[in-house]
Design a protein around this ligand. Structure first.
Ligand SMILES: [Zn+2]
Length: 313
């Protein structure tokens, strides 16, 4: 019927988009930056013709602190490090609307020492909610790099992350290195799939990305230009509680690691701290209050990762 016909049409468009991605990287590099400055789209139709295309954001409860990218990404140079950034469109929706996918140049925010608490590999049903409770207690924002299949399993936890004003980033669909890193095509497929899953839960999608394992050592030279052309901004880290390593540190050791690592001068005044929020990371949950207090005592404020966050190294 009409609805299923529309869904099929959308799926076909998406499939087409993915094929284009895989077949022609060069097309991305030239075509993605091709801006259509004639913005007669969303804003003009919003108030008047509700039936034709109702603004999907109107029905969502977007936290008022959040920044939703405009059509041309012109509103992402911020002065507040606590504002999460999202896009109302997926990549293939941008392509269908002939909107730019590549971000404009954004100056990194380097004023004052900022700590970015990042939590990868969730959301799970236990440790992620516990982390959210702690962040709420301290009034501190965090950034959650989520895995698509974990979002499918725990959509309510993703919604809570969003509703409580934290940032959400893409961390692939299944986190399997042997499926992600043979080719940029596989990688991009997992990113767009995860974008769709995230958007189905919260109504918007992230622009920020953390590649599983970190880009250092995982990415070939092919990855950065593709990510740039598609508007994804990747951030590795420069501090770590080592909770995904063989060391299996105690909570006290984790606090000590962060103390030591933040004694060094960090790129862009940014302490980007790698932690994990999935099963088995109970020590990280236990360490978090101590880490927050340590950083507060050292004069850090807390921010969320956005496209303007400095690179960690
Ligand atoms: Zn990970």
């Amino acid at each position: 019927m009409e609805v299923s016909g529309a869904i099929i049409a959308l799926k076909l468009m998406k499939l087409k988009f993915l094929m284009v991605c895989s077949l022609a990287l060069t097309m991305f590099l030239t075509g993605c930056g091709d801006k259509n400055n004639d913005s007669e789209n969303a804003e003009a139709t919003q108030p008047a013709v509700e039936e034709a295309e109702p603004d999907p954001l109107a029905s969502l409860n977007i936290p008022e602190n959040d920044v939703i990218a405009d059509d041309t990404y012109s509103n992402l140079q911020l002065t507040d490090v606590k504002k999460p950034v999202y896009d109302r469109y997926t990549l293939w929706e941008r392509q269908a609307k002939n909107l730019p996918m590549q971000l404009p140049e954004i100056t990194p925010y380097t004023e004052g020492k900022v700590a970015y608490l990042t939590f990868d590999d969730g959301p799970d049903a236990k440790n992620t909610p516990a982390i959210l409770d702690i962040l709420k207690n301290y009034g501190v924002p965090g950034t959650f790099y989520v895995v698509g299949q974990m979002v499918e399993a725990n959509p309510d936890v993703l919604k809570r992350i969003f509703d409580e004003g934290h940032a959400i980033g893409n961390h692939s669909y299944n986190h399997e290195y042997n499926q992600l890193y043979p080719s940029t095509e596989n990688f991009l497929k997992q990113l767009t799939k995860t974008d769709d899953i995230i958007k189905s839960v919260i109504g918007v999608r992230p622009l920020i990305l953390r590649t599983p394992g970190g880009q250092w050592g995982m990415w070939t030279d092919d990855y950065p230009p593709l990510m740039k052309a598609c508007g994804y901004v990747e951030h590795d880290w420069n501090c770590s509680v080592e909770d995904a390593t063989y060391k299996r540190p105690s909570a006290q050791q984790m606090i000590k690691y962060i103390d030591q690592q933040t004694n060094e001068e960090l790129n862009g005044n940014a302490a980007i701290i790698l932690m994990h929020s999935n099963g088995g990371k109970e020590n990280t949950v236990s360490a978090l209050p101590g880490i927050i207090e340590l950083l507060q005592n050292k004069g850090y404020t807390f921010g969320v990762i956005t496209p303007m966050t400095p690179q960690p190294y």
